[in-house]
Design a protein around this ligand. Structure first.
Ligand code: SF4
Length: 238
């Protein structure tokens, strides 16, 4: 399996692939990522636009207080827990890190509400540290393609780091998420439209992809068509 080829195809399909959570700095990204648990990025962005207009620093957030914060983030689910975690994390930032988000994994993971996935998102997007945050899309898509065969996100991360060149880790995370949202959907992957079908373990097991993989020039035409269609879809749903 040529992992660079797979990533090249995804990069061509989703040239806009990047962090979908709106943020202006590491603090806003940290808060947005905490809020994104079991919530769509679109909804998180709607909430953070309002939230950051009121509170854009740890001091502001603590000053808001639990009740006001809960009210502002109510639309994103688990808001009681998220409000408590955000306030506790902001207090740690103020007490231990001078009000700034630390750029070390151990410090990030010590913050309330911050696990390995959130730390990876912040490290890679705010600090430029290569990392692969494994969410539900990355976990599913990597397993289907055959880049991993893991039973949990941590194992997926390890396996992806072993096969993907380090300099491509962070971007690979975004590409796999975009692909999971657009074509390699959870319930019904659209393999017939997927430009990765000739390279994907799951896709090759399906009849249409398997026949396409041996079809010579027909395969090339089919692949071009899939790539064009997938790019168009990626533009619409990116
Ligand atoms: S061929 Fe199907 S399973 Fe494989 S990446 Fe494409 S959509 Fe997902």
């Amino acid at each position: 399996m040529d992992v660079n080829k797979i990533l090249d195809i995804l990069a061509e399909t989703y040239p806009q692939a990047a962090c979908a959570l709106e943020h202006r700095n590491a603090f806003e990204l940290l808060i947005a990522t905490i809020l994104s648990a079991q919530c769509t990025d679109v909804r998180v962005n709607q909430i953070t636009r309002r939230l950051f207009a009121r509170a854009a620093t740890p001091e502001d957030m603590v000053a808001l207080g639990q009740d006001k914060l809960r009210e502002l983030i109510r639309g994103c689910g688990l808001y009681n827990t998220k409000a408590a975690n955000i306030l506790a994390a902001c207090r740690v930032l103020l007490d231990k890190h001078g009000g700034r988000v630390p750029g070390r994994r151990e410090d990030l993971e010590a913050l309330p509400g911050v696990g390995r996935k959130t730390a990876n998102v912040v490290l890679s997007n705010a600090f430029g540290v290569p990392a692969i945050a494994v969410d539900t899309h990355v976990f599913r898509v990597a397993n289907r393609i055959g880049l991993s065969n893991a039973s949990n996100p941590r194992q997926t991360e390890e396996q992806l780091m072993a096969v993907i060149p380090r300099e491509r880790w962070s971007h690979a995370h975004h590409l796999l998420i975009f692909h999971g949202r657009n074509l390699c959907k959870a319930r019904k992957p659209l393999c017939g439209e997927c430009p990765l079908a000739p390279h994907c373990k799951y896709g090759l097991e399906r009849k249409d992809a398997a026949s396409g993989a041996h079809g010579g020039s027909r395969t090339a035409r089919k692949h071009k068509g899939r790539l064009a269609a997938a790019k168009e879809r990626g533009k619409q749903h990116g």
